[in-house]
Design a protein around this ligand. Structure first.
Ligand code: GTP
Ligand code: MG
Length: 242
C-alpha cells in the first residue's frame, strides 16, 4: 500500500498547532521509548529524527500521512517524558506543551467518521485527536508509564497502548510481557518493532479503529503527570542532546 508522508510543522506552543481539521494521532511515551522511530516505520520513510540519546524530540512535530485511499491524518511526535538530564525546566516545558496540545482534544465519533466529515461544527480550537501511549515492551509496568496512562485516560480522547522494541524480547518474554501489559492497561496491547516491522499492520488497524467509546466525557483538563523518574534501564547521555 502506498504511503505518502511529509513533515508539516514543529510546534512549541498553542499558536503553532495546525488549524485544519485533519484528525491527529499523538504518540506519547518516555524519552527513548521509540516514538520517532515508530513514526518512520509506520510511514516506511525517514521523516522523523531519532537518536540513541533520550530527549531528541523537544517540540511537537506534525507529519501529514496519507495511507492508500484512507483519509489523511497527522501523526504527532510529542516530546518524551522522564528525561532526567533535561531537569525541571524541560519537565515544565513538556507539561506546558502537552497541556496546550491536549486542550484541543475533543472526544466524539471515530476518527474515520471524522475524516469523512466535510464540514465540522467544532470550535476552531477543537479537533479529533487520539492518543497512543508507547511503552517499552521490555519493561511493563514502569511507574512513570502507569502515571502517564492515568493522565491519558482522563483526557476526552480515544486512546490506546502499544509496546515497542518487541524485537528485543525472547519468545518466552513476549508471551509473559504481552499478558502483563494487557492486564495492566486492560486493553489489547499490540507489540511492535520499528526495527523489523513486526506488528505495524496491527498498529495501523488500531489507529484506524480507535473507538470513540473509550473517550472519557469532557471534563476540565488535568495537569500532565509530574516529571516522572528517568527510565530505569538507560543511563543519562554523556552529552546533552542538540
Ligand atoms: N531494537 C529496537 N530499537 C529501537 C526500536 N525503536 C527505536 N529504537 C531505538 O531506540 C532509540 C530511541 O528511539 P527514538 O525513536 O529516537 O525514541 P523517542 O521516543 O523518539 O525519543 P525522544 O525523542 O528522546 O523522546 C534509538 O536508538 C532507536 O534506534 C525498535 O523497535 N527496536
Ligand atoms: Mg523522538
Amino acid at each position: 500500500m502506498k504511503i505518502v508522508a511529509e513533515f508539516v510543522t514543529s510546534a512549541a506552543g498553542a499558536g503553532d498547532f495546525p488549524r485544519d481539521r485533519l484528525p491527529e494521532i499523538a504518540l506519547v511515551g518516555r524519552s527513548n521509548v521509540g516514538k520517532s522511530s515508530l513514526i518512520n516505520a509506520l510511514v516506511r520513510g525517514q521523516v522523523a529524527r531519532t537518536s540513541a540519546a533520550p530527549g531528541k524530540t523537544r517540540l511537537a512535530n506534525f507529519y501529514r500521512v496519507q495511507r492508500g485511499t484512507a483519509a489523511p491524518l497527522y501523526l504527532v511526535d510529542l516530546p518524551g517524558y522522564g528525561y532526567a538530564r533535561g531537569g525541571d525546566g524541560s519537565a515544565r516545558e513538556f507539561n506546558r506543551l502537552a497541556e496546550a496540545y491536549f486542550a484541543r482534544c475533543r472526544g466524539g465519533s471515530s476518527l474515520s467518521d471524522e475524516a469523512r466529515r466535510a464540514k465540522s461544527e467544532d470550535p476552531p480550537d477543537q479537533k479529533p485527536i487520539a492518543v497512543i501511549l508507547l511503552v517499552d515492551s521490555r519493561h511493563p509496568g514502569l511507574e512513570s508509564d502507569l502515571d502517564a496512562w492515568t493522565w491519558v485516560s482522563s483526557l476526552p480522547c480515544p486512546r490506546g497502548v502499544v509496546g515497542t522494541k518487541v524485537d528485543k524480547l525472547t519468545r518466552a518474554e513476549r508471551t509473559r510481557h504481552a499478558r502483563k501489559l494487557e492486564s495492566l492497561f486492560q486493553l489489547p496491547v499490540p507489540l511492535v518493532s520499528a526495527t523489523d516491522g513486526e506488528g505495524l499492520d496491527a498498529l495501523w488497524k488500531l489507529i484506524s479503529n480507535l473507538p470513540s467509546q473509550t473517550a472519557a466525557p469532557p471534563q476540565p483538563l488535568p495537569p500532565p503527570p509530574p516529571h516522572p523518574r528517568p527510565p530505569q534501564h538507560s543511563r543519562p547521555p554523556r552529552r546533552p542532546p542538540r
